[in-house]
Design a protein around this ligand. Structure first.
Ligand code: G3H
Ligand code: ZN
Length: 277
């Protein structure tokens, strides 16, 4: 069933679990993560990132993922990830996304609040949930000058109160697009944030988090949504390359997609388990 993320995040927090937000790019990886969710009777969030919506319009993604979500035996949320532009948020809501993230992390506090509020005012009347980021989670490709800005707990509290968001992304040591696990999680900062805020928290860049930390963060902390992209992209791409190399006579791409889809499902199942499912 197609849902927004409000209830699934609340439920997950109550039960000491976290819901994975997987970056998916097409039918195959979306199918793999939904099948993993169904096997474990867990909810799942299908996320479209910037690269995805530049490749294929939000209308097409919403039609595809929305149809898959409606058919699924578990709650599935269709979420726009890291939107930096209110116009894109508007189009995603019109297209049928049930959840959006406004990413104003590059702005000063007041501008981030103002723009996030605008996204909330657009989304809430339509029953669409909103995530926003306070502090900033860097990208491995950002270069040495663009480092994470760690979330200030007091700012996080004010940000949640002033914007009315449903989920808050925090910067506590993760970095986007790490191909090897090894992020240094700042548990003290996280505990400070948790002490003074109630809003479900979101961890970005979670491909780089070691398994032990992922389990701890999901089951012992207020982290309700854990975003995973690179780990799935790597397995899909690497297995696809193997398939193409191993089958030089084959030209039917549907045949090439079978194993990558199966392997993505295995990685997704493992991540679900680490998140408490
Ligand atoms: O918003 C998406 C995520 O933060 C994914 O990060 O690709 O490092 O797992 P990742
Ligand atoms: Zn992210």
């Amino acid at each position: 069933m197609l849902v927004n993320m409000v209830e699934i995040l609340k439920e997950a927090n109550k039960n000491n679990k976290a819901v994975p937000g997987f970056n998916v790019f097409g039918y195959e990886d979306a199918k793999a993560v939904i099948e993993a969710a169904e096997e474990l009777e867990a909810p799942v969030i299908l996320m479209s990132n910037k690269d995805a919506v530049e490749y294929m319009d939000v209308k097409c993604y919403s039609a595809l993922f929305g149809a898959m979500a409606k058919e699924a035996k578990v709650p599935v949320c269709v979420h726009l990830d890291h939107a930096k532009d209110i116009e894109l948020i508007k189009r995603a809501i019109e297209a049928g996304y049930t959840s959006v993230m406004y990413d104003g992390s590059k702005y000063d506090f007041e501008t981030n609040v103002k723009n996030t509020k605008e996204a909330v005012d657009l989304a809430k009347p339509k029953g669409v949930s909103v995530e926003a980021e306070i502090g900033s989670v860097a990208y491995t490709s950002s270069g040495p000058d663009v480092e994470s800005i760690y979330t200030d707990p007091m700012e996080a509290k004010l940000f949640a109160e002033k914007t009315g968001i449903d989920a808050m992304a925090v910067s506590i040591g993760t970095v986007h697009r790490m191909e090897v696990q090894g992020a240094k999680i700042q548990y003290d900062r996280l505990k400070e944030i948790e002490k003074i805020t109630d809003v479900p928290l979101v961890l970005h860049g979670s491909s780089g988090v070691v398994d032990e930390d992922l389990y701890k963060l999901a089951t012992e902390h207020n982290l309700a949504k854990v975003n995973i992209g690179t780990a799935l992209r790597m397995v899909f791409g690497n297995i696809l390359r193997e398939e193409v190399n191993n089958k030089p006579e084959e030209f039917d791409r549907l045949k090439f997609f079978v194993r990558p889809t199966e392997e993505v499902k295995k990685v997704a199942l493992n991540k679900f388990k680490l998140l408490g499912w």
